[in-house]
Design a protein around this ligand. Sequence first.
Ligand code: 13P
Ligand code: SF4
Length: 393
Amino acid sequence: MTTTIETYGVDPTPTPLALLLLGREADPNSERGVECPGDLPPASDPDLVERARAAKEKLGDRVFILGHHYQRDEVIEFADVTGDSFKLARDAAARPEAEYIVFCGVHFMAESADILTGPAQQVILPDLAAGCSMADMATAEQVAECWDVLTDAGIADITVPVSYMNSSADIKAFTGKHGGTICTSSNAKRALEWAYEQGQKVLFLPDQHLGRNTAVREMGFSLDDCVLYNPHKPNGGLTAEQLRNAKMILWRGHCSVHGRFSLDSVNDVRARIPGVTVLVHPECKHEVVAAADMVGSTEYIIKALDAAEPGSKWAIGTELNLVRRMAKAHPDKEIVFLDRAVCFCSTMNRIDLPHLVWALESLVDGRVPNVITVDPETEKYAKAALDRMLALP
Ligand code: 13P
Ligand code: SF4
């Protein structure tokens, strides 16, 4: 099959589901996203920093605060650890003594933390509206239907599902049930190598770009080895022959934040800043990744910038909170956002200081707010998939 530019260079048309930007259980009509029992302090409260500090101190070792790199500075300031989704999953699992894990990130990360922590620990997401539009692009029903299509094409038993961490617990459970593994942007190559030792084909969910970029850049596949499964079309929009010929079956999902970077953004920044090094996240489109100088997860981006020579120039293609923080931390280097238009992850940004203060003060008052719980059956299979990832060499 010939892969055309439409199948890999252009974002999928938004679907009503993909537009559920606020994630599960969100109320899109409410600025606050969801109701917060008790008082959500106003953002203008001058004592917010002091209140967060006091509540955290009162809770001591009972609370452990995790902060994803895309969180706001005001939140990161209170994180006990920061990291990419892989590191945070490990950090959550390594803290059995903390009663409460406050997850400053998005819903799928908090679910993974719940799966990986003990039964006596509770995982709290300070705003339930912090979902992920990419994770919402693959539902359990759609993926079950896809598996039926693969079964009808006679390839389900030689296909191994590999799901990006950025997926719901249901999708992780599907992955575990069918002998697959989870991956993150920092271990996608190792996960794919493992998967191709178990079977002949991979169903990669839900981020087409991470799947394609890893297969083509790091595994030596051609674009024609990959097909794109569109859950909104009968049989994914593919013939049985196309599925049988493919080595990599990519789900048609993407990140709306990284999807904004284009080849023009790369060409434009190279013209504006001679000598610039373009460093992008693998959730960017293939054409962007192909034109960049370096590619890696948030943790990789941070390490690369920390190690960079003073006076070096960098254009970074990832979420803006992180890029701004890195620019501030390295005034001796020129670090700019890859695109001219600013681009935060709106759902990551839902977690702000008022929500963190509200969550911590609720805990001090004996109320445990916004607990993220995965049901035991889902947890069992999702954990199998996550454990496979954590055991990858
Ligand atoms: P990493 O932190 O794993 O690089 O992922 C980026 C991301 O989009 C998280 O939502
Ligand atoms: Fe989801 Fe993209 Fe936001 Fe990450 S940056 S949480 S993948 S929408």
